[in-house]
Structure formats: C-alpha cells, structure tokens
Design a protein around this ligand. Structure first.
Ligand code: PXP
Length: 249
C-alpha cells in the first residue's frame, strides 16, 4: 500500500489576537503562538488581516515573517489596501476571501465568476511578486472553473457548511456537503489547482476531509484555540495557584 502524501496543517492564529485585543495589550502573542505551532509540527501559519483589524494587525504579520520559520498564508479581501500590505509583508501565499464588516466570520466563498474583473488585477500584482495565489471558494464547479480561468494557483474549499451540518447533527446534509467537497477537490485536481480546505474543522469532523486525497492542506484555527484553552486552562490555573502559595509561604 502506498502512503498518501503528507497533508499540511496550516494553523490559523487569528483568535490569539482576538483575545489579546480584548485587553488592548500584548498578551497572548500571535507571534509566540505561531512559534508554538511551528514547534508542534504545523506546516504553515495562516492569519487573516481584516479591514477592521478586529484580530490580526500588520505588525503581527511582520513579526511572524521575521521570527517563524514556516510559510505564511495571509488571508485578505481583494482590496488595493490589502494588496499593498501583502506586497510589503511578502507572505508565501495570499488567500483572497470575501469580507463583510458585519459578519462574525467568513460566511461564504468568493463569487469568483461574478467578481473576476475586481479580483484579477489584485491577483496579478501578487503573483507577479512571486506570492502564491489562493481563492477561498464554495465547492462549486462554477467558481472552481472560474478560479482556474483567472490563473489562481490554489483553491481553498469552504468547509463551513459541512462543519455546521455536523454541529447540528444533520447527517444527510453533512454527507451531501462532504460529497460536494469531494467533487470540488477532484475538479480542482483535474484543473491543476492545488486544493486546500478549511473553516469550522474540529477533532470530530476533520477525518473525512483529511482523507480526500486531492486535498493537500487544511487551515484550522478557531477550534484549535478553543481546544488549547480546554487542555491548557488547568495547567495555567495550577501555575497561578503555585505563585500565590509561594508568595504566602
Ligand atoms: N480558511 C479560511 C479562508 C478562513 O477564512 C478561515 C477562518 O478565518 C479558516 C480557514 C479557519 O477557519 P476556523 O477558524 O473555523 O478553523
């Protein structure tokens, strides 16, 4: 039996910044989290610089580039402001995502076909600079074909609907969404697009997506940060208890 190729894990550190920003200080540090991810075997770091800077900031991206020895995947809207920041940061890859200020998280994939005229100049500027170009799309043939036509290197399939169906225990819907991801990955491979997937993946639902052979990278953030709290909180409390007890001794 031949082993399947290594599936890369891109760790999204946005929500370390969410927690930091809640107090306006420097703790916890997204750069330190990226260093921990590197030490734990992550294959890449993903960070989404939103137009409202609600989590990651430019300085975080520069910090990761300077001190973390992993490829950086910068998620961003296809705006000229973000294009210029990406050209200054020079991540390994840019993943263009739709962005709406009111949304809690990235709600859908890019309308690649409908937005081609807006996307193309931003894509070309980044590609000309040597940055790999990814488009975050629904697993829908229309958008995947359009991504290939526009010259994308990568499509990242939006796993949100698959994840939500799992969270709501809607087995049939989850099966249907899984088949959509599978079809999307197969089409991407036929079009010579590298295929990634992400959004809402967790310990329970990652297996089926990870087993799709055409998918070569998963980008995972929110669940990992929640799991880090769940697995790390007891240790942090014990350390605090110890410091307090030492002070009183
Ligand atoms: N991929 C893309 C393009 C995203 O926008 C996000 C969310 O920022 C993720 C992956 C990670 O999703 P999650 O935080 O739900 O794991």
């Amino acid at each position: 039996m031949t082993a399947k190729p290594h599936l890369r894990l891109g760790v999204n550190i946005d929500h370390v910044a969410t927690l930091r920003n809640a107090r306006g200080g420097v703790h916890p540090s997204p750069v330190f989290a990226a260093e921990l991810a590197a030490g734990a075997g992550a294959d890449g770091i993903t960070a989404h610089l939103r137009e409202d800077r609600r989590h990651i900031r430019e300085a975080d991206l520069h910090g990761i580039k300077a001190s973390v020895n992993l490829p950086l995947n910068m998620e961003m809207a296809a705006s000229t402001e973000m294009r210029d920041i990406a050209l200054a940061v020079m991540p390994n890859a840019v993943c263009l995502v739709p962005e709406n200020r009111q949304e809690i998280t990235t709600e859908g994939g890019l309308d690649v076909a409908g937005q081609a005229q807006r996307l193309k100049p931003v894509m070309d500027a980044l590609k000309d600079a040597g940055i790999r170009l990814s488009l975050f799309v629904e697993a829908d043939a229309h958008h995947i074909n359009a991504a290939a036509d526009l010259g994308a290197d990568i499509v990242e399939l939006h796993a949100g609907a698959y994840s939500i169906a799992e969270a709501q225990a809607q087995e049939q819907a989850q099966d249907a969404e899984y088949r959509r991801l599978l079809m999307g990955a197969e089409l991407a491979a036929r079009l010579n697009l590298e295929c990634h997937a992400g959004h809402g993946l967790d310990f329970a639902n990652v297996g089926r997506v990870a087993a799709i052979p055409q998918v070569v990278e998963l980008n995972i953030g929110h669940y990992l940060m929640g799991a880090a709290i769940e697995t790390g909180l007891a240790a942090a409390i014990k350390t605090m208890r110890q410091r307090m007890d030492e002070a009183r001794a």
